[in-house]
Design a protein around this ligand. Structure first.
Ligand code: UTP
Length: 306
């Protein structure tokens, strides 16, 4: 039998859960009335970029977990026949393609989290949306943009391959400079035969450099065995009084369930705060055929003035 190809391994999950019910306090006042997942990176909302990543890795459905008043996030994936007809009549083909892109990428459903009781609780809210035959699910935090190194496929595809080989659940890690471990969840790991895959023994939240078990920090991508939902029912509120997804993963590890990380070597952006969001926007704009050249020239001049 041949070894699984990327596309076969990608069938490890069909549904991608995107928790988007947090308060977005770091983005106030913008997030008083606009969900941060709809803020545009150049002209495309972050949620569409995350949906594209999920679809490329083989997901055919997004379940967006939203607060009761944030359903506009899912609306972005509905088609808009009137708008499309207007653009068509005006011959605006490029804009028409942009407007149609999100609904064509993936089907989006919503799950409601009535109260922001934590990321673990948000993921649990999506369980009823899963089919009975789905034994694993992907979770993508929309704050994180994770892009492959130029010669590789996406990290979720690699995570599917790792689940096919080692079973259990697979998380995503990236290298951080030792002095910055206190900003992240940091993995305690041991080596495997694959240089980009480590077995997870545990995780330490925001350790000081001297206490950090490694410099591998958690990125917002998870490929979780369905057993995680059962673990989520058994955990107690943890840090900040919230139900933490990492506590459910820790429970699975303690009970012998295999958990591995793929060490991601590509690009990453943190859209969850204005500073990280600006870097992502500049990075995307510099690569944009319409805005890139002008922005590069202006930035050069602007930096010279400082
Ligand atoms: P964060 O705590 O980083 O995001 O949660 P936040 O709460 O939106 O932002 P700040 O810290 O107030 O600025 C990580 C992810 O988990 C989701 C968030 O929407 C975000 O995508 N989340 C968090 C939920 O869906 N529900 C929760 O109860 C908590």
């Amino acid at each position: 039998m041949s070894s699984p190809t990327s596309s076969q391994a990608a069938a490890a999950f069909r549904t991608a859960i995107v928790p988007a019910a947090g308060l977005g306090t770091r983005f106030l006042p913008a997030t008083k009335s606009v969900p941060k997942e709809l803020l545009p990176v150049v002209d495309t909302p972050g949620i569409e970029l995350v949906a594209e990543e999920a679809a490329e890795a083989g997901a055919d459905r997004l379940v967006v977990v939203t607060a009761p008043d944030k359903s506009s996030v899912v609306e972005h994936f509905r088609s808009q026949p009137e708008l499309e007809a207007t653009l068509e009549a005006r011959g605006k083909q490029r804009l028409l393609r942009k407007v149609r892109r999100a609904p064509e990428l993936i089907t989006a459903d919503s799950a409601i989290q009535d109260k922001a009781l934590g990321l673990g609780h948000a993921v649990a809210c999506a369980e009823p949306n899963l089919g009975a035959d789905e034994d694993a699910v992907a979770v993508l935090l929309p704050d994180d943009l994770v892009y492959p190194a130029a010669d590789e496929s996406g990290v979720l595809t690699r995570m599917s391959e790792v689940r096919a080989r080692y079973g259990g659940s697979v998380l995503c890690a990236f290298d951080v400079p030792p002095e910055r471990t206190s900003s992240y969840g940091v993995f305690d790991v041991s080596d495997t035969e694959d240089s980009d895959v480590k077995r997870v023994r545990g995780m330490v939240e925001k350790p000081q450099p001297a206490d950090a078990p490694s410099n591998l920090a958690a990125a917002g991508r998870y490929l979780l065995d369905r057993q995680v939902f059962e673990a989520l029912r058994r955990i107690e509120p943890g840090a900040g009084g919230e139900l933490q997804l990492t506590d459910a993963v820790a429970l699975l590890i303690a009970e012998g369930h295999p958990v591995h990380v793929v060490v991601h070597r590509g690009t990453r952006h943190d859209l969850g705060n204005p500073g990280g969001f600006l870097k992502a926007a500049v990075d995307f704009a510099l690569q944009d055929s319409e805005y890139g050249d002008d922005l590069r020239e202006w930035l050069g001049e602007r930096l010279n003035r400082s």
